[in-house]
Design a protein around this ligand. Structure first.
Ligand SMILES: Nc1nc2c(ncn2[C@@H]2O[C@H](COP(=O)(O)OP(=O)(O)OP(=O)(O)O)[C@@H](O)[C@H]2O)c(=O)[nH]1
Length: 319
């Protein structure tokens, strides 16, 4: 087995383990409905609906999933509740389909702006991403442009030295625009492939946030027009519907190209990955299942649903 394949397999295992509570929350309930009902009727659908909503899949995704399930049941002349399981799994998968998820920034000269409110795992995710890109042989420069919180720069600095990449900025209270300006100059001087910017995320002052992001975009347009631009929002998966509302608010002030969903280890609210994609149509590009560098991986809906419906015993058997 190649090292990349091994890493993928290891990550899948951690994902299966991480989703245990979500699985208990959603899948166990669904299984008991499948075995408890003898016919497919309104009550059967209502019970499934309730579990999906409780599992943080959101009203929009849940409604679509149930409608889709009803159509499939009718088309395929299904009579037994137990036969609905595969159909339900494929309906959940379809809700997460936001088209092909592109990672163009990894293969071009690019600037990645990472935004997110305090504590969601933004700095950690930027650090992990820097380490990953560096491991792929990319030249990476980090910009510590979230200058609001004391020690944020210091924390990013630790990740930068761990990943072996250069960091620009880090002074508390500095002007984020000035940090980005300097970081672009450094990225140019080093002929960097990816400039990763840890940027602001104070949602309680949307106007300021919008202005700050606009200013950063203006600087990039002027100083680094050839760089491909990507804007990722970091969301804490344990906060469920609150994460969805944050994503919605961020998408009102900036053009979001993807989501990094963190802390999916040990949360019962993993269904939020479905809700975000279904409701906002924004792809979850990365998922975090722990605090080490290997715990951040590209998100794959197929793998996610498989991990959600799979048990630990099964993955162990597979080895
Ligand atoms: N379990 C778990 N913890 C995580 C994950 N990602 C980040 N964390 C932890 O979450 C905490 C907050 O992470 P930070 O990266 O400091 O969060 P931040 O969003 O940058 O917060 P500020 O720096 O305050 O803006 C840290 O203790 C991280 O180790 C994850 O995927 N799983």
């Amino acid at each position: 087995m190649g090292s990349e394949e091994k890493e993928k397999k290891g990550f899948f295992k951690r994902l299966v383990q991480g989703l245990t509570k979500t699985r208990d929350n959603i899948v166990s309930g669904i299984d008991s409905i499948f075995s408890g009902f003898s016919s497919i009727d309104d009550e059967f659908y209502e019970e499934i609906e309730e579990i999906l909503i409780m599992g943080d899949l959101g009203v929009h995704a849940t409604t679509e999933i149930i409608e889709n399930l009803k159509v499939k049941v009718k088309e395929q002349h299904i009579k037994e509740p137990a036969q609905c399981k595969e159909l339900l799994i494929s309906s959940i998968k379809e809700q997460m389909d936001v088209g092909e998820t592109a990672y163009q920034f990894e293969n071009e000269k690019s600037v990645v702006l990472v935004i997110g409110v305090n504590g969601v795992g933004k700095t950690t995710s930027v650090g992990k991403l820097a380490g990953k890109l560096k491991a792929q042989g990319k030249r990476v420069v980090l910009a510590a442009a979230d200058t609001f919180r004391a020690a944020a720069g210091e924390q990013l600095g630790e990740w930068a030295s761990r990943a072996g990449v250069e960091m620009i900025g880090g002074q508390e209270g500095a002007d984020p625009g000035a940090v980005v300006y300097d970081a672009v100059a450094a990225a140019r001087a080093r002929n960097a492939d990816v400039l990763l910017c840890d940027t602001a995320g104070r949602l309680h002052n949307k106007k300021n946030l919008m202005e700050e992001l606009k200013k950063i975009h203006r600087i990039l347009e002027k100083e680094y027009p050839e760089a491909f631009r990507e804007t990722l929002v970091v969301l804490d998966g344990t906060t469920g519907q609150n994460a969805l509302s944050q994503a919605r608010q961020f998408s009102e002030v900036a053009e979001i190209s993807g989501i990094i969903l963190t802390k999916m280890d040990g949360t019962a609210r993993g269904g939020i990955a479905v809700a975000i994609q279904s409701e906002l149509g924004i792809p979850v590009k990365y998922i975090g299942v722990g605090e080490t560098i290997d715990d951040l991986q590209k998100f794959d809906s197929e793998q996610f649903v498989k991990a959600l419906f799979e048990t630990d015993e099964k993955t162990e058997e597979e080895e």
